[in-house]
Design a protein around this ligand. Structure first.
Ligand SMILES: O=C(O)CCC(=O)C(=O)O
Ligand SMILES: [Mn+2]
Length: 188
């Protein structure tokens, strides 16, 4: 990908391990329904979210200030595994729960100021496969990139990616089971 640095590991966590992590996260994460304000009107986000991380690293996501829950043992286990691969220390994780095909996240970049100049995003998925799409911000000659984020997969975005590429998880009319995504971040 021009202007991007994206790595994908399809079976980063094996099947039995992924099955257990999905169940534990589904049951024990403090999932919440957040709202976003558009032109002064509040709308529920089309997914549930939760924010975990190092004490004191608070973060604003889509205008929502988030105070992290402390790390849980299973989150620390996942974090350590991907840190060994990525060679960075993540300080926080935003979790998303897509309950049905109608849950989604629309086009955006993870370019919040707190993430520094070239944000490193480590993205782990469990449960239903959903398509992760990337599109270049200005170069219309480049095709969209579709990456099916499978159960137990790990996607690493780094370098200039967040400057030049937007990403989304589109809605789907297929009957799909829930999916959990964890995006680990480094808050400066
Ligand atoms: O669910 C995903 O794979 C992407 C989530 C995402 O882009 C975000 O939370 O910033
Ligand atoms: Mn994102």
């Amino acid at each position: 990908m021009p202007d991007g640095d994206v790595l994908f590991y399809e079976k980063f966590f094996d099947r039995p391990e992924s099955d257990v992590l999905y169940k534990v996260l589904r049951a024990h994460i403090g999932w919440q329904q957040d709202t976003i304000k558009v032109y002064g009107k509040s709308h529920p986000l089309p997914r549930l979210t939760a924010w975990y991380g190092d004490f004191g690293k608070s973060y604003t996501y889509s205008g929502i200030p988030m105070r992290p829950h402390p790390w849980s043992p299973e989150l620390l286990k996942i974090k350590q595994r991907i840190e060994a691969k990525a060679g960075v220390a993540f300080s926080s994780v935003l979790l998303n729960l897509y309950r049905t095909g109608q849950d989604s996240v629309s086009w955006h970049r993870d370019d919040e100021l707190e993430l520094g100049k070239n944000p490193i995003i480590g993205s782990v998925s469990f449960g239903e496969t959903r398509v992760f799409q990337l599109r270049h911000l200005t170069r219309k000659d480049l095709h969209k990139v579709d990456i099916p984020l499978t159960h137990g997969s790990f996607l690493l975005m780094r370098g200039p990616t967040q400057h030049h590429w937007e990403h989304q998880i589109p809605k789907t009319s297929r009957a799909v089971k829930p999916r959990i995504n964890l995006t680990f971040r480094v808050i400066r």
